[in-house]
Design a protein around this ligand. Structure first.
Ligand SMILES: [Zn+2]
Ligand SMILES: [Zn+2]
Length: 154
C-alpha cells in the first residue's frame, strides 16, 4: 500500500472510531492534500477537485476542510491561508485531533513542513508561559524562514 493509501485508510479508521462520516468528497480533499507536499489554498484544492467533479463549488471544499480540520487530519497555515495534510504519523491517530502543530515555513516558495517540536522544548515553552500565568493554546506555531532550496538559490 502506498503512503497515501495508508494515510487514507488510517483517516477512515479514525472517523469510524469517532462515529463521524468520511464522505467521498472529504476523502477526495484529503487525498488531494496528501498527494502534494506543498500547502494548497482552498481554490487550488477546488481546481484539483474539479478534474473529477467539474461542478464542485467553493462551499463544498470549505465544508470538507472544516471537517478535516476539526478531525485533526488537516492543518491550516494561517499566514498563507493554505492547507496541509497532517504529517503527525499514522500511529498517533488518537492524539491527532489534540496535538499542537508546528511548522517550518519558507517565505520564498511557500513550502511548509510539519516538524513537531521535541517534547522537552514544548514543556519548556509551556513553563515559560506559565511563569506569566499564560496558557499556550493549540493554534499552529509557524516558524518563518528560508528552506534549503531557496537558501542555496539565494
Ligand atoms: Zn499534524
Ligand atoms: Zn523555499
Amino acid at each position: 500500500m502506498s503512503t497515501i493509501k495508508q494515510a487514507l485508510a488510517a483517516a477512515e479508521h479514525t472517523c469510524r472510531e469517532r462515529g463521524v462520516r468520511f464522505t467521498p468528497v472529504r476523502r477526495r480533499v484529503l487525498a488531494i492534500l496528501l498527494e502534494r507536499p506543498q500547502p494548497l489554498t482552498a481554490y487550488q484544492i477546488l481546481d484539483h477537485l474539479r478534474t473529477a467533479q467539474p461542478r464542485a463549488q467553493p462551499p463544498t471544499v470549505y465544508r470538507a476542510l472544516d471537517f478535516l480540520l476539526h478531525q485533526g487530519l488537516v492543518h491550516r497555515i494561517e499566514s498563507t491561508n493554505s492547507y496541509l495534510a497532517c504529517n503527525h504519523g499514522h500511529d498517533h491517530t488518537g492524539e491527532r485531533a489534540a496535538h499542537w502543530p508546528q511548522f517550518l515555513l519558507c517565505d520564498e516558495c511557500g513550502d511548509a513542513r510539519e516538524v513537531p517540536l521535541a517534547a522537552e522544548l514544548q514543556h519548556l515553552l509551556a513553563q515559560l508561559a506559565q511563569g506569566h500565568g499564560f496558557h499556550i493554546g493549540k493554534r499552529p506555531l509557524e516558524l518563518h524562514g528560508l528552506c534549503r532550496q531557496c537558501r542555496s538559490a539565494a
